[in-house]
Design a protein around this ligand. Structure first.
Ligand SMILES: C[S@@+](CC[C@H](N)C(=O)[O-])C[C@H]1O[C@@H](n2cnc3c(N)ncnc32)[C@H](O)[C@@H]1O
Length: 150
């Protein structure tokens, strides 16, 4: 799976300010180094998302990739401005059969993502076995949704 930052194309968002939150400083340092090379304006914030005070109606887009905290999802939606987009992409429960990850807490049940984003306008949704260049495969649930009210 390509890291989530690869989804962001700097050429399309020349004035964007990209905020990256992680409680692992090493992860943010690695991201920063790649972002610098790609001239991406990333603002790293070392914080625990469980307690981090997300601003309300602030972000144009939120990417949640390879991460699942069910309790966080309503707060992420709330942090989007009306008309803002959420891209959500992480493991589906079918992935458990492969052994990694193996904790169902970190995998979405079938149609669970669709229900979690119920209040949003769903533009794209899929639950499928994704094949990556290089041969890796993974069961994923993915959604692109817009916060209503623009
Ligand atoms: C599997 S990695 C995915 C990283 C990135 N999204 C990607 O796709 O390459 C999950 C990340 O979530 C971070 N993480 C887990 N729980 C967190 C929390 N409560 N607050 C902030 N970051 C957290 C971990 O430190 C780790 O860097």
């Amino acid at each position: 799976m390509p890291p989530s930052y690869r989804i962001v194309n700097a050429a399309n968002f020349p004035n964007a300010c990209i905020v990256a939150v992680d409680y692992a400083e090493t992860a943010l340092r690695a991201l920063q180094s790649i972002a610098r090379g790609a001239a991406l304006p990333v603002l790293p914030i070392v914080a625990d998302l469980l307690t981090f005070a997300l601003p309300r109606a602030r972000f144009d887009a939120i990417l949640n990739v390879n991460f699942l905290d069910r309790a966080l999802v309503p707060r992420l939606i709330d942090a989007l401005r009306p008309g803002g987009a959420m891209l959500f992409d992480t493991f589906l429960i079918d992935q458990a059969a492969t052994g990694h990850p193996c904790n169902p807490d970190f995998m979405l049940r079938h149609y669970e993502l669709r229900e979690m984003l119920d209040a949003m306008e769903l533009l794209r949704y899929r639950e499928t076995l994704v094949a990556y260049p290089g041969g890796n495969r993974a069961w994923r649930a993915s959604a692109l949704a817009i916060r209503r009210g623009a």
